[in-house]
Design a protein. Structure first.
Length: 340
């Protein structure tokens, strides 16, 4: 059993590094920032590559600086503490691209695809780089690690349903189909990204006001619920009603932002009504939770939905990383570098 672990969630646009007690999963200290994979990759292309620095070395140096910053906050040396990294760091624009795991994907992490790096003088940390999962037509990186951790946490409480669709809202929402301890399939919905594009870069940008998306006043809530109900297969047509709502002064711009959100979330969730034999598990953080909870209620899906608290979702990624690190010397498929 490891004593401490550095758990890094490195997304396209964000970075989070946490010092974790490996036995209790307790968060001891953390650093966060906007130095996501895309930003670091661009910096390497602009400076590192031109100066002969390899992509792997450039990412390691950035990660090392973040670890040193975390050590300062924790007031202790973090040398020799292992690091696990999930998210986009294993992609083509990350530290090193490694193969995706394939379906079916075991919920205990035993079929995860990872790359192992030994500690050395320049980077005094054993490092485990976690890849994502692919189906025949979809991919994900990071959510599968959260799913592994969440399954373990629910098992501890005896609350994990045997057949369930786990819903992870976000920029690219994931619906993950789990049966018999295995992830069988998953679907990606570009709900969050389409909302941002429509609200900031399309003709609809002048019809919405995004400054009060946390204000669930009666008018805003009514607009959101109307959007959920009106979402259907003619989504491309319904999106233009955001424009006419404003032109005809049916609702104000703030309410219209809620209406747009309702259209997109409704379009994502409505197909679940036909999947009556599946339980639903909503795995949402604090920002999106009220939107998805309201949509699930209005679509009459609430009776077969389990709502996971935001703090459990936050812990799930860490638990998944700890499990994968502990598995690496047993039955995880590990891709080692040639010097190992």
């Amino acid at each position: 059993m490891i004593n401490y672990l550095l758990c890094c969630d490195w997304g396209t646009s964000s970075f989070r590094l946490r010092l974790i007690d490996g036995a209790t999963y307790e968060l001891l200290e953390e650093v966060t920032g906007q130095q996501g994979i895309a930003t670091v990759f661009d910096a390497w292309k602009n400076t590192g590559e031109k100066n002969g620095v390899s992509k792997e070395q450039f990412f390691r140096e950035h990660l090392k600086r973040q670890i040193e910053g975390l050590a300062g906050k924790a007031a202790q040396s973090l040398d020799q503490i292992p690091v696990t990294v999930s998210g986009m760091a294993s992609s083509s624009i990350g530290m090193e691209e490694i193969p995706y795991a394939t379906l079916p994907f075991a919920m205990d992490g035993s079929r995860a695809s990872v790359r192992h790096f030994e500690a050395d003088e320049t980077f005094p940390h054993e490092l485990l780089l976690i890849s994502g999962v692919q189906s025949q037509e979809d991919v994900m990186r990071g959510e599968e690690t959260q799913l592994i951790g969440l399954a373990a946490l629910l098992d501890q409480e005896g609350q994990r349903p045997s057949d369930a669709i786990f819903i992870f809202p976000g920029t690219h929402s994931k619906h993950m189909y789990v049966r018999g301890g295995q992830l069988l399939n998953f679907e990606t919905y570009m709900t969050g990204e389409v909302f941002k594009l429509m609200a900031t870069h399309s003709i609809l940008k002048d019809s919405v006001d995004l400054r009060s998306l946390s204000d669930f006043s009666a008018g805003n809530l009514a607009a959101f619920r109307a959007g959920v109900q009106e979402a259907d297969s003619a989504l491309l047509n319904r999106l233009f009603t955001v424009r006419t709502n404003q032109l005809f002064k049916k609702i104000n711009k703030q309410q219209n932002a809620f209406y747009l959100s309702g259209l997109l979330i409704g379009a994502e969730l409505k197909p679940l009504r036909a999947k009556e034999n599946w339980q639903l598990v909503l795995c949402s953080g604090t920002n999106l939770f009220p939107f998805y909870q309201q949509a699930i209620t209005d679509l009459k899906l609430v009776d077969r939905t389990t709502f996971i608290p935001a703090e459990v979702i936050d812990q799930a990624a860490v638990v998944g990383q700890v499990i994968l690190f502990q598995n690496q010397h047993s039955n995880v498929s590990v891709y080692r570098n040639e010097s190992d």
